[in-house]
Design a protein around this ligand. Structure first.
Ligand SMILES: [Cu+2]
Length: 454
């Protein structure tokens, strides 16, 4: 084990650790690349350092770095951002380098990393490296292991990456507010040996949730339980990009949960094994087949499977209210259903214009405020699924159940995407291949009595 002094190369400046960077030093800070885009960036092949197989961050990107005297230097800027949650809805969040979640940091087991954090928020912050073995003073717990980073200041974190795995970063400073505002990111530490734990496609995303009232743009940060926007990488269906996969690929999907409840994540068409947790890789002798894995608060799971069944396979949280977008329980009637109509027996309720298209909504209170039945003008890919009823949504508000597939409305929202497994996809092709062309005779169809069957 390196001593702290040799580990830091004996540099007096480096020994400041998670400390303030002086004004003179600020000119030497690495670039802090930023993006306004919420689309999935191509994997960033490492331009220097130890080779590795980069991950693909769903609706996200990887932060470039510079090498300096053997250190990988990254620069995070904590700042207010505007995130497109899905076409038709933007949220005023807090994040890093132009987006929330922040960019994925990728490096290699054994690397020395130096991460500059500049605080452009209106309040103090810190960065905690969730799950990572770091010196205690680099753990980022404001007040406990370091002073909070005041607005306008830059701190530096330095540590060696001791263990490969999937980690997260988030503030440990006014935490409830800053996490509710979307401050989080992924930190992937690749194995030193590029052949170890090798897969063909390696997707990552973070689960986050917000309380954004219909018609508004910013999360309510005092919310403790009643979140209404269930997101993967701060996107909701149909804003979440699909996961294109080449038939025969070994696929890994890693997901971390920084919401305030658990998410049973379910993949159709396959069984998978949990190959990794926040604690590291799971030995193959300790794995078992699953089709759903529950991810607790603050946990990470990495699932792996061989993509040997072509198709468009649904991939989603199995809590059905997490595959829907916001509905408003508090607003006055927006559906045109009066309080007296609402009190009518259910068969009368169903007879009311168009409500049948909502599916069976028995037992759901607050029908009068539901936002599932919008006027969809100008929102591509989100046709009204109710077949008739149409009323204006508040501005900046997504329909509750939305998305259109090749066979009609999907009636989904929130934490839902599609793993698209295709023959003849190029190794590095992550473009949406469109909808699956089912072989003839393999799609469920209406049964009709024909003379042969009679
Ligand atoms: Cu969920």
């Amino acid at each position: 084990m390196l001593t702290r002094r040799t580990f830091l190369g004996g540099s007096g400046a480096a020994l400041l650790g998670a400390a303030l960077v002086s004004k003179a030093g600020a000119a030497l800070l690495p670039d802090a690349p930023s993006t306004a885009s919420a689309t999935t960036a191509a994997p960033l092949a490492p331009p220097n350092g130890q080779p590795y197989n980069p991950v693909v961050t769903l609706n996200g990107w990887t932060l470039p770095w510079r090498m300096k005297n053997g250190w990988k230097e990254f620069h995070l800027i904590a700042e207010p951002v505007v995130r497109e949650i899905a076409p038709g809805m933007h949220a005023n969040l807090w994040g890093y380098n132009g987006q929330a979640p922040g960019p994925t940091i990728e490096a290699v087991e054994g690397d020395l990393v130096r991460i500059f954090v500049t605080n452009k928020l209106p309040e103090h912050t810190t960065v905690h490296w969730h799950g990572m073995p770091v010196p205690c003073g680099m753990d980022g717990v404001g007040g406990l292991t370091q002073p909070h980073i005041p607005p306008g200041k830059t701190f530096v974190y330095e540590f060696r990456l001791e263990r490969a795995g999937t980690f997260m970063y988030h503030p440990h400073s006014d935490e409830m507010v800053q996490m509710a505002m979307g401050m989080m990111g992924l930190f992937i530490v690749h194995p030193r040996d590029p052949q170890a734990m090798r897969v063909d496609r390696d997707f990552v995303f973070l689960m986050s949730a917000y309380a954004i009232d219909p018609g508004t743009y910013a999360p309510r940060v005092d919310e403790m339980t009643d979140f209404n926007t269930w997101a993967w990488n701060a996107r909701v269906f149909p804003g979440i990009d699909p996961l294109p996969v080449r038939a025969g690929d070994r696929v890994r999907i890693r997901f971390g949960n920084l919401t305030m409840t658990n998410h049973p994540i379910h993949l159709h068409g396959y069984r998978f094994e949990v190959a990794g947790t926040d604690g590291g890789w799971v030995p193959s002798s300790a794995r078992w087949p699953e089709v759903t894995v529950d991810v607790g608060v603050g946990q990470m799971r990495a699932i792996e499977f061989i993509a040997d069944r072509p198709g468009d396979w649904a991939f989603h949280c199995h809590k059905s209210h997490h595959t829907m977008n916001a509905m408003d329980h508090r607003k006055p009637a927006a559906s045109g259903v009066s309080e007296s109509d609402r009190a009518k027996p259910k068969h009368e309720d169903r007879a009311m214009g168009g409500m049948g298209g909502m599916g069976n909504m028995e037992g759901m209170e607050g029908m009068e405020g539901m936002k599932g039945m919008p006027d969809m003008g100008g929102m591509p890919g989100m046709e009204d699924s109710t077949g008739g009823m149409s009323m204006p949504l508040p501005e900046n508000t997504l329909p509750m159940m939305t998305g259109t597939g090749p066979f009609g409305p999907l009636e989904m929202g929130g934490m839902f995407s599609v793993v698209k497994v295709r023959e003849n996809l190029a190794r590095d092709d992550y473009r949406d291949p469109g909808w699956y062309a089912h072989p003839e005779g393999t799609v469920a169809r209406e049964y009709t009595v024909t003379p042969e069957h009679a």
